[in-house]
Write a protein that binds this ligand. Structure first.
Ligand SMILES: Nc1ncnc2c1ncn2[C@@H]1O[C@H](COP(=O)(O)OP(=O)(O)OP(=O)(O)O)[C@@H](O)[C@H]1O
Length: 943
């Protein structure tokens, strides 16, 4: 039998490193990956599937406070949700869940599980929950990449805010931090570019490949077929996620074209000429053309921005020619900025689409989930590591503050060393970045002279500009090469100007955008001439400060993720690695403090409300006196507090026993009296069970469940009366109240008909005919009558009578089911509660002939067709008109593909020409016996 190991380490009486490790290892080997330390959840990554996230498990963890369940990530989600609603003794309050751990420890997975469970908890009949769940795959595709540490490593930090009105979710907002843009142009050995490039190249259809200007995907550096197949699936998922969240088709095309432009840009190489000027190599001329087309700019302008810098001095424009290195740097910086901004745009678009649609005076509560990189200490630590560790320093400070309160021994290193103005590290960095001639060495020299005596700073004597910071988690040596350039992260004015004038509105908006105080992209409405450079990292202190402000004001929850081994293997636990992480995370110290203090640390109000009944038993004033004068969390109060509680429990117990004794005595006395009163009477028979009175039948209950399946003879219905003069039943119009209601109903019906005519007919008809399963505007009852004697899975689609949308009616096993089909703002169709968006109703129907509809997972089988002779005159008229329009369109159709309904890249003809040119060059090369590989520089994706 397996040993029962403690679920909460704070309850252990004896706890040192050895016993802690023993408990965690023991639990891990029993597949118990979650353990509490008070209210902190420790999660060890199992690196394998565990059946602990199934639906039944998540059901059990709904409002688990009432039950005693093992530690689980769902329990954290539930506690945050219930606390946010004020159901756990405190009033409603914002909550934040901080997830930390090193790369590959399981933060992203934990975030997804938290989101999933919170969406389960607030489940209402809305599409929003599904949309929120789709945000993760989208962000992962664009912000994650394979690294040596983790195959799906998040290369950015995120803070997801879920906003609620009472118990239902009303919207979501994401803040992204520190995207590692340099990955677009350079990846270390064993690492990859951002996932989206691979997904796109593997998943894109041949037709789209030509449209965006991509080469045959087989030319890219791809792995085995099964990997490519997985990427294909992922690409479909990303496209679906964009549809679900609400991206427009043209926006998607523009975005994909920009990504293709980044790849083409990577193929541009330079050659020196006899004069000083640089030129684009012969082999990559086609790529220059393609890039210009994909970015929607003029080829000459793009070339100029790559090969020279223009500056204006005293009203005079001065051109400085680039050398080869500078030209390559300009090329790479365009790629990085363009990618960074596309990512920022995706986030701001998600925020716009998922913004709560409620009146601004409605107060919303919030649960925030922070998933940010863990502390990093590599062989070479660069600017990115400094930013990440700075963020972690601040988070640790927050953790200590919450955990230890007044006992925190940690000096605010963050504040002193980094943020003090004007001599903090970041201020000095900004100061040096502002001098065009300053070097990274100058910056380090400045640091050395200012901080040589600071306790957390160490001077490093070396040719390379190095310095060391003593972080809470250990010493980190930073290499400052490239710090000034990265901190400037400026877009040269001519490049910015070029893109602001792009014919692709998305690029124009992206390059005119500013970065907000929280580090988020803020698109500007109007085109703005560029005068200022943008400092991307400039706002790190601000963005952290804003985040911290939110977190300090919220109820905190901590999830500490632990990586059990470096080789990403299941069932293996490297004790040293785990111990190091426990120390880095500050967990060892926490355990000690928690054991000495209290593992449960509610706010005073929460505590008081919970224990009010106890307070009544003893002298309330004694407790209040104690806890209000001295913070009861403080150790100084502990002994007094414990003895007080013990006294309360003792008294309460004594009283309970007294009451029980009295009750027992009373009952005994009663029986005795009874017996005395009727000494000789025969045993009283048990009362006969009374036959229950028939309950008055409510209007609803008079209708047996199956009634909808029984065909009711009815006058021939006006099934397809898509007519504005909708017929009203005269008897209903007799009562004035009903008259109002009927008018309203009529109005809704008229509006729906207009909506259908103006926006739907074109999409629904093929060759002027409606699909056989489409039955126009019929009632629920009429739909059921049509399906009653049909086989299982038979279905039809009808137009809703009171809303702009459709209903899919389906002959289920026991009854007819009606599924609402949501129309998204981007014109996509989704069955409410499903996670798949479709471009047309026909696609939706087709899809569900293969994939069952949730929750019963039943498939659509047979369309319930219309009887030809019954075809309503209005539908027939619409069909005929549509057929005539289509015929006229066919006559005028020329071979310009942009006339088709699908959106195209803005400069599609030039992309097409460029790709032809590239292919011709390749053919010539093959002819001459070269292996054509024009993608040598395609940012790590080439064969
Ligand atoms: N609860 C879990 N159950 C099963 N596998 C898991 C679990 N958590 C994590 N994993 C596995 O570990 C991998 C790494 O986890 P994850 O991507 O969440 O790490 P991370 O901490 O977010 O890393 P990074 O900081 O690099 O983004 C996942 O891809 C998954 O394979």
């Amino acid at each position: 039998m397996e040993e029962k190991l403690p679920e909460d380490l704070a309850n252990l009486s004896e706890l040192d490193e050895k016993s802690l490790l023993e408990v965690l290892t023991g639990r891990f080997t029993q597949n118990l990956i979650y353990t509490y330390i008070g209210d902190i959840l420790v999660a060890i990554n199992p690196f394998k599937y565990l059946s602990i996230y199934e639906k039944e498990v998540s059901e059990r963890y709904k409002c688990h406070e009432k039950k005693s369940l093992p530690p689980h990530i769902f329990a954290v989600a539930d506690r945050a949700y219930q606390s946010m609603l004020g159901r756990l003794a405190t009033g409603p309050k914002n909550q934040c869940i901080v997830i930390s751990g090193e790369s590959g420890a399981g933060k992203t997975e934990s975030t997804k599980l938290l989101l999933r469970h919170i969406m389960e908890l607030c489940k209402a009949n809305s599409q929003l929950e599904q949309q929120i769940l789709q945000v993760n795959p989208l962000l992962e595709a664009f912000g994650n990449a394979q690294t040596v540490m983790n195959d799906n490593s998040s290369r950015f930090g995120k803070y997801i805010q879920l906003r609620f009105q009472n118990s239902s979710v009303k919207g979501a907002k994401i803040n992204e931090y520190l995207l590692e843009k340099s990955r677009v142009v350079h990846q270390d050995e064993g690492e990859q570019n951002f996932h989206i490039f691979y997904f796109m190249l593997a998943g894109i259809s041949m037709e789209d490949k030509e449209i965006y200007g991509l080469l045959d995907p087989t030319r890219y550096r791809f792995g085995q077929e099964d990997v490519v197949q997985a990427w294909r699936v992922k690409y479909a998922e990303v496209c679906n996620a964009m549809d679900m969240v609400g991206f427009e088709e043209q926006e998607k095309v523009d975005m994909m074209t920009i990504l293709a432009g980044i790849l083409s840009l990577g193929n541009i190489t330079f050659e020196t000429t006899d004069s000083d000027a640089l030129k684009v190599s012969e082999a990559s001329r086609g790529w220059l053309k393609a890039t210009a087309g994909q970015f929607g700019v003029q080829e000459e302008d793009l070339l100029k921005s790559l090969t020279c810098t223009t500056s204006v001095t005293r009203g005079e424009a001065i051109q400085r020619l680039h050398n080869q290195q500078q030209a390559e740097d300009a090329r790479d910086s365009i790629a990085k900025v363009a990618y960074g901004r596309v990512f920022g745009w995706i986030v701001s678009k998600i925020n716009e689409l998922l913004a709560p649609k409620v009146d601004c005076d409605v107060e919303l509560n919030e649960i925030g989930i922070l998933d940010i990189f863990g502390f990093e200490n590599f062989a070479v630590n660069r600017f990115e590591q400094l930013c990440i560790n700075l963020a972690n320093e601040q988070l640790q400070y927050f953790f200590n503050h919450v955990t230890w309160k007044t006992l925190s021994p940690m000096p605010p290193l963050f504040q002193d060393l980094f943020l003090t103005k004007p001599i903090g590290i970041l201020s000095l960095l900004d100061e040096q970045s502002a001098f065009p001639q300053a070097t990274d060495r100058d910056f380090v020299d400045k640091l050395n002279s200012k901080f040589k005596t600071a306790p957390n700073f160490e001077v490093v004597r070396n040719h390379t500009p190095l310095f060391t910071i003593v972080h809470y988690a250990g010493k980190v040596q930073y290499n400052a090469s490239g710090f000034l350039e990265k901190n400037r992260d400026t877009i040269p004015a001519n490049i910015r100007e070029l893109f602001i004038n792009s014919v692709t509105p998305l690029l124009s908006v992206l390059f005119a955008a500013t970065i907000s105080r929280t580090g988020t992209l803020m698109p500007r409405k109007a085109k703005v001439r560029c005068i200022y450079n943008i400092y991307i990292y400039f706002d790190i202190p601000h963005s952290l400060a804003v985040l911290m402000e939110k977190m300090f004001a919220a109820g905190p929850h901590f999830v500490r993720c632990i990586k059990p081994n470096r080789s990403k293997q299941p069932d293996q636990l490297d004790s040293k690695l785990v111990m190091d992480q426990l120390r880095y995370n500050g967990l060892m110290e926490t355990i000690r403090i928690r054991r000495d203090g209290f593992s449960w640390r509610p706010a005073f109000k929460e505590f008081a409300e919970r224990f009010m009944s106890l307070f009544c038993v003893v002298r309330v004033c004694l407790i209040l006196d104690c806890v209000s004068c001295v913070d009861y969390r403080a150790r100084i109060c502990r002994r007094r507090y414990l003895s007080l509680l013990a006294e309360i429990w003792r008294q309460r117990q004594a009283q309970r026993e007294r009451e029980e004794r009295e009750e027992e005595e009373r009952r005994r006395q009663q029986l005795e009296d009874e017996r005395k009163r009727r000494p000789a009477s025969p045993p009283v028979p048990l009362p006969r069970k009374k036959k229950p009175e028939p309950r008055p039948r409510s209007v609803l209950s008079t209708v047996p469940k199956a009634v909808h399946l029984v065909p009711v003879p009815r006058p021939r219905s006006k099934l397809f009366e898509l007519n504005e003069n909708v017929h009203l039943d005269a008897s209903l119009m007799l009562q004035p109240i009903d008259e109002e209601r009927m008018k309203e109903k009529h109005l809704k019906k008229t509006n729906t008909i207009r909506w259908f005519r103006e926006t739907q007919v074109r999409k629904l008809t093929r060759d002027g005919s409606f699909p056989s399963w489409f039955h126009g505007m019929i009632t629920r009852r009429q739909a059921e009558d049509l399906l009653i004697d049909k086989p299982l899975g038979c279905f039809l689609v009808r137009v809703g009578q009171s809303r702009e949308g459709y209903t899919l009616t389906f002959r289920g096993a026991d009854r007819c089911r009606h599924y609402m089909v949501e129309m998204q703002s981007n014109g996509k169709y989704v069955i409410l509660g499903e996670d798949r968006a479709h471009s047309s109703l026909t696609d939706l129907v087709q899809y569900h002939t293969q994939v069952g509809i949730k929750p019963f997972m039943e498939l659509l089988t047979l369309p319930c067709g219309q009887v030809k002779s019954h075809k309503p005159p209005v539908l027939k008229r619409i069909s005929d008109r549509r057929r005539r329009v289509e015929a006229a369109q066919m006559e005028h159709k020329d071979d310009d593909p942009t006339r088709e309904s699908r959106p195209f890249p803005r400069l599609y003809p030039s992309i097409r020409l460029a790709m032809r040119e590239i292919q011709q060059i390749q053919q010539v090369q093959t002819h001459r016996g070269y292996t054509p590989c024009p993608n040598t520089h395609t940012y790590g994706l080439c064969t």
